[in-house]
Design a protein around this ligand. Sequence first.
Ligand code: ASP
Ligand code: MG
Length: 402
Amino acid sequence: MSLIVQKFGGSSVANAERVFNVARIVTSTYDEGNDVVVVVSAQGDTTDDLIAKGNEINPNASKRERDMLLSAGEQISISLLAMAIEKLGYPVVSLLGWQAGFQTSSAHTSARIKRVVPNRIRKELDKKCIVVVAGFQGISKYDDITTLGRGGSDTSAVAIAAAMHADLCQIYTDVEGVYTADPRKVKNARKLKDISYDEMLELATLGAQVLNNRSVEMAKKYNIELEVLSSLVKAPGTIVKEKSKMEKMLISGVAKDTDVARISVIGVPDEPGFAFKIFSKLSSKNINVDIILQSIGHNGKKDISFTVAKDRAADAEKCVQDYVENVNAKDFIVNTEVAKISIVGAGMESHAGVATKMFEALYDAQINIQMIATSEIKVSVLIDKKDADRAVSAIHEKFFEQ
Ligand code: ASP
Ligand code: MG
């Protein structure tokens, strides 16, 4: 007998028909003789709707109250799923985050899981119950309800799997697994049989929307094997694990992120300390900087460009404006019409020429590169946003279709 954790996202439980579909997957896993713990998200767009409802009443509401509101979405879906499982004739119990033992920090709306104390879950499993747990939520040491940040249910599932030493953690979603590129945009995108934690982490961070990146971090830390698969189509999914050896590929995926802005500061004095000044200003405002490019000095001046998340562009602009005045730089430019395209693959560590191949694909498609950044298993380029989809296709074709 195995202990299996199954997580279902919002689209998998969006309506009554889908709730029953999930109930059937869960009960057939139970019929195979397994202990089953199910983690669910709020139905469909419920969380967005709750946020809108809250904003209608008070856009400046405290984070504590927002958490109280948002956690309601998952309470609805666990009870509905439990009712469906009851109707199919199986023993089941639904538990809120606190009942399931999710102890978190008190950072409302982005709380961190401190520990999961699964005593109640164990007791219910011992009674042969299927246990349905609300994802995305927990309780702080002050006994207040917390939420884990958007998309947090994946992390809830992995945390239970880790705390209970589960044999398998399945993440059911509305796609069939992890693909080499967004299958809605790139028609020859392929489903991966497996992918390593590190590659998945890069892809999740770069905007591939299959898994929340904190959940991958946690899976890596506790060595929990994940399977990403569809709740609607019965087919093997993608396994996320320590090292993937089954498919020997140079890269495992191409990702696109349009949530970026580029800021260039022109005519900065070419002397020690000027880069430090600007980046310390940004970090004091908690603005994360991604790609950085500095030009070679010329006539005692240089240019510094960097990218930030688009929703921090306005804050970054304020910092840069002050800086330009203070250090007497020439000017600055903010551009939000950019996209970051990245290739990710553990194969890069041992193969030369991977970046070259990406640049060649862009050259063939006549797409100009504005900035480049690399890490051991990733190459990212910044390009004009209007070229983004074309770039992904061209790069995908070069690596996977030739
Ligand atoms: N319902 C929450 C959200 O939409 C948590 C989740 O879906 O994982 O962000
Ligand atoms: Mg959701």
